[in-house]
Design a protein around this ligand. Structure first.
Ligand code: ATR
Length: 279
């Protein structure tokens, strides 16, 4: 019997219980996924101790604790260390192990839609330099990229992320205007900010008017499923990738860590789209 859960505050409308119980059914394991809301005045250390005593197998960590929880984790994997945030914990033999599956999940979701995306050296442009961008940048460093550049409103934040680059991959920081002007140089463009999210769905971080036809354009915003940014990309002949699939693949990674099984995404993609669209 597995017990998984989510640590965060506040926790409203999480999709994780649905995703993980669907995985459990698929691999024919018994278990539950619970929501562990931890108020700001509560101790994360005590919460982790309580969960360990309760026999919890593993949990996810969400806002606002992804960074704050790090000092209380016994072993942190290299990737999570580099990112500076944890979204998945495994409880094993009285120890806590911390991982970050967000960026890796994102890259897996991109590869599931475009299996050959990293087959040849690609030039990637990321828009935004927040927490999500950090995870994605770290995961991209393990792929076949000729260039991973970051455009952001605040250049220093892009610069900080680029410091993670220990692979010698070309990585430039650009202003959003430079990204707009030079976008034709890139094979993959990834929008990592919340710009375009409901209720501001009419906004776009940059114009894509100079983009090359056939460029892969991805947006991690999934409310709405198709952002204005992706609609513009589609109208310019680009190949688009919807952000909601990232939720499924980061969960798949976490589930693998907890159970050592490999659930398939299959039709969960369409089902998740329906849930997000309120159908
Ligand atoms: P998350 O952790 O979810 O990625 P975050 O850390 O708050 O969120 O990061 C927000 C990102 O969105 C940043 O890159 C931010 O740009 P700045 O670093 O310049 O603040 C970007 N962002 C947010 N609102 C924006 C806007 N209206 N225009 C351009 N960039 C925006």
């Amino acid at each position: 019997m597995y017990t998984f859960g989510l640590i965060g505050y506040p926790i409203a409308h999480s999709l994780s219980p649905w995703i993980h119980t669907t995985f459990l059914e698929q691999v024919q394991l018994e278990g539950t996924y619970e929501l562990f809301e931890v108020a700001p005045e509560e101790s994360l250390q005590e919460t982790l101790g309580d969960l360990m005593k309760k026999g919890v197998t593993g949990c996810n960590v969400t806002v606002p604790y992804k960074e704050k929880i790090m000092p209380y984790i016994d072993m942190i994997d290299e990737d999570a260390q580099r990112i500076g945030a944890i979204n998945t914990i495994v409880f094993k033999d009285g120890q806590t192990y911390g991982y970050n599956t967000d960026g890796k999940g994102y890259v897996r979701s991109l590869e599931s839609r475009f299996p050959d995306v990293f087959a040849k050296d690609v030039r990637v442009l990321m828009l935004g330099a927040g927490g999500a961008a950090r995870g994605i940048y770290s995961a991209l460093l393990d792929k076949n990229c000729q260039e991973i550049s970051i455009a952001n409103r605040t250049l220093q934040s892009a610069e900080d992320i680029i410091q993670m680059n220990d692979k010698g991959i070309t990585s430039n920081r650009l202003t959003l205007k430079e990204a707009e002007d030079n976008i034709a140089a890139y094979d993959v463009v990834i929008q990592t900010t919340s710009v375009g999210m409901k209720p501001h769905e009419d906004t776009s971080i940059i114009s894509l008017k100079n983009i090359r036809k056939g460029t892969i354009v991805s947006d991690i915003v999934y409310q709405p499923i198709e952002t204005t940014f992706l609609t513009e990309a589609k109208s310019l002949g680009c190949q688009i990738h919807y952000g909601h699939t990232m939720l499924l693949y980061q969960a798949q990674f976490a589930f693998e860590l907890w159970t050592n099984t490999h659930p398939l995404i299959g039709s969960m993609d369409e089902k998740l789209q329906q849930i997000l669209e309120g159908n």
